[in-house]
Design a binder for this molecule. Structure first.
Ligand code: XMP
Length: 512
């Protein structure tokens, strides 16, 4: 986000859901910025925030290197909402007491709200909230009162209403907190009394301006995969710098059936500098025998960069590399204070030495559906903007175990049938992502009176809003039956099809 004064400041203490908070604020059409907790007090005040939200985080406030802010922040008359760790930090800084619980409270919990305060205005007094904590508030600071409680957490929310300081132990930003959006909206409009002052169109114009001044007359190489994220990044850059943008599309041999052709065709309609590089043999050679998912991701990340460097040399002096990194890629690769889940190839997989001066990631703070909205605002067609996400490491993380050309072919054919049938059934818009995974498992079957010993294919289908959490899609059984039947009949080497019925968490969307 570009910097301006008078917005909501989200101080990041390392929790997994922090950008989700920012996103909820943006949804309410209020300008907000996420900044690390390390930012000095003077800089916070210089931004003249109308309200501050302290996020959650993985530490305990009494730990030696726990992230903290200056207690002086509380005396400035700025409304503050602390969430989870952020709430405990407020208690700690204001003289209350935090204690380790006997057990971890995790998941959806029944909660009672006292609704006679601005934060909980118009809430139902009994509802459900999302908890994820081990320590809890034991004693509130002076002049604070309890405004919500659960069975295991008597101080689930507290406030000094006059000072406009609030703390909630649960996560209002997560959809499982039923009144969560209302609570955040109350914080903005009832507690901070902010006016609506932001729209996604502001993001588009601000980022084009920012890209113009950041890049000037330099050349930029953009990694264009044909996916939503990199296409939107490319279009933003195209609007900002025109012909100084050079897009490189790498066919890494890990794409879906017909994909390389489709991407090149799709971008012919735009006046982009687009070069297709055929690097399938290089990638498959480097991946030979590699089984570990993180190793696959790192190898692919590195090869991508090497291919770009080479392509960039042909363009001439290139200062910037642009990438379509979005927020879930950043958070799942681990930030300084959050844990690593997977190294997304365009973030954690970056090799140490990169032959560009700078990396440009204009959508680093956005979620997928926000990126789609930006794409629409930029005039990209619906069939591109609504494409399902496809991971940078491509089919390599959907062939479990070592990658071989033959396995990729099997997967491509099966995945194509799956996608074709989902589209035929008109489910392609309601399911966030649907793809096939070639497991490394062979099982016994019988076909035409003969014994077979072939691969098991897994189908994955999930619904999600942002890819951070997901539920398995309830695809009608009769459609699954058609898909399974077609795959086993039409794809050699597969004699069994299973459907993945796990949500995220505890699983992830991709299998590797
Ligand atoms: P997971 O598997 O982490 O996936 O639940 C969340 C979303 O991110 C996509 N994904 C990736 N996207 N580079 C990407 O650009 C990657 O390395 C990567 N890994 C997973 C995944 O398809 C899902 O939409």
């Amino acid at each position: 986000m570009s910097e301006r004064k008078g917005g909501i400041l989200v101080l990041d203490f390392g929790g997994q859901y922090n950008q989700l908070i920012a996103r909820r604020v943006r949804e309410a059409e209020v300008y907000c910025e996420v900044l690390p907790w390390t930012i000095p007090l003077e800089e916070i005040l210089a931004k003249e925030p109308v309200g501050i939200i302290f996020t959650g985080g993985p530490k305990m406030v009494y730990e030696e290197n726990a992230p903290r802010v200056s207690a002086e922040l509380f005396g400035k008359g700025i409304p503050i909402l602390g969430i989870c760790y952020g709430a405990q930090l407020s208690v700690y800084l204001l003289g209350g007491k935090v204690a380790a619980s006997d057990h971890r409270e995790y998941g959806k919990k029944a909660i009672n709200f006292k609704v006679d305060n601005p934060l909980f205005k118009n809430l139902k007094d009994e509802s459900f909230c999302w908890m994820s904590h081990t320590s809890r508030v034991e004693k509130m600071p002076d002049d604070f009162e309890i405004i919500a409680s659960t069975d295991h957490c008597p101080i689930a929310a507290f406030a000094n209403i006059e000072a406009k300081i609030y703390g909630v132990q649960f996560h209002p930003e997560v959809v499982h907190t039923e009144e969560g959006s209302k609570i955040l909206s109350n914080f903005l409009f009832e507690v901070c009394e902010v006016e609506k002052n932001w729209k996604m169109g502001d993001f588009v114009s601000a980022s084009i301006e920012k890209l113009k001044s950041q890049i000037g007359n330099e050349k930029v190489i953009c990694a264009l995969s044909g996916g939503v994220d990199s296409s939107v990044a490319a279009m933003l850059l195209h609007k900002a710098i025109g012909k100084n943008l050079h897009c490189i599309f790498v066919d890494n041999g890990l794409l879906r059936k017909n994909e390389a052709l489709e991407v090149v065709e799709m971008f012919k309609a735009y006046d982009l500098n687009l070069t297709k590089v055929d690097a399938a043999d290089l990638f498959l050679d480097k991946l030979k025998g590699i089984v570990d998912p993180e190793e696959k991701r790192k190898i692919i990340g590195e090869q991508f960069i090497r291919v770009f460097e080479k392509a960039a040399k042909e363009v001439g002096k290139v200062k910037f590399l642009a990438q379509g990194t979005i927020y879930p890629d950043v958070i799942e690769s681990g930030t300084k204070d959050a844990a690593v889940i997977k190294s997304h190839h365009n973030v954690g997989g970056l090799p140490d030495v990169v032959d560009f001066d700078e990396i440009v990631e204009p959508m680093r703070d956005l979620f997928k559906d926000e990126v789609r909205e930006v794409g629409r605002l930029l005039g990209l067609p619906g069939h591109l903007v609504d494409r399902q996400p496809f991971p940078g490491p491509g089919l390599s993380i959907r062939v479990i175990g070592a990658i071989e050309k033959e396995k990729l072919e099997i997967l491509r054919e099966a995945d194509f049938i799956y996608r074709e049938e989902i589209a035929k059934a008109g489910l392609n818009k309601s399911i966030w992502q649907y793809f096939a995974v070639l497991t490394n498992l062979k099982t016994v079957g019988v076909m035409g009176d003969e014994r077979t010993y072939l691969y098991t294919l897994a189908l994955r289908g999930v619904t999600s809003v942002d890819g951070m959490t997901a539920d398995w899609a309830r695809i009608p059984l009769e459609i699954l039956a058609v898909i399974s039947n077609r795959i086993v009949n039409e794809v050699n080497q597969i004699n069994r099809v299973v459907y993945d019925i796990t949500s995220k968490p505890p699983a992830t969307i991709e299998w590797e």
